[in-house]
Design a protein around this ligand. Structure first.
Ligand SMILES: [Zn+2]
Length: 107
């Protein structure tokens, strides 16, 4: 049954649609949703946005691997397996960052 309902925690409202409708809806909009999400991401260091997007590997127009570049501080944030990894410097591993980049960027 379609309609608004509370989730199990009792705090969040959600709109329930029949499963068949939900599946169709997600197939239709999936591609655009990811790009929209990338558009609103800001650099965690200086809050600069939008970030510049470099696409390395696409699957059905969804970015699997890529990079988000901050034009202000010049940091980059990898997109790995469709997920943008927006970590501050203290949590980043320089070696892993470089390994990821070197897979895609040739000098
Ligand atoms: Zn920045």
């Amino acid at each position: 049954m379609a309609g608004w309902s509370l989730d199990r925690s009792g705090r969040n409202l959600r709109f329930l649609t029949p499963l068949s409708k939900r599946l169709k809806a997600s197939k239709f909009s999936e591609k655009r949703v990811q790009r929209k999400l990338l558009d609103i991401l800001a650099c965690p260091i200086d809050k600069n946005y939008p970030l510049e997007l470099m696409e390395f590997k696409l699957k059905d127009e969804i970015i699997v691997d890529g990079v988000l570049l901050c034009g202000k501080c010049k940091r980059f944030y990898p997109i790995i397996d469709e997920i943008p990894v927006m970590l501050p410097d203290s949590l980043r591993n320089r070696k892993e960052d470089l390994e990821f980049l070197s897979r895609w960027i040739r000098e």
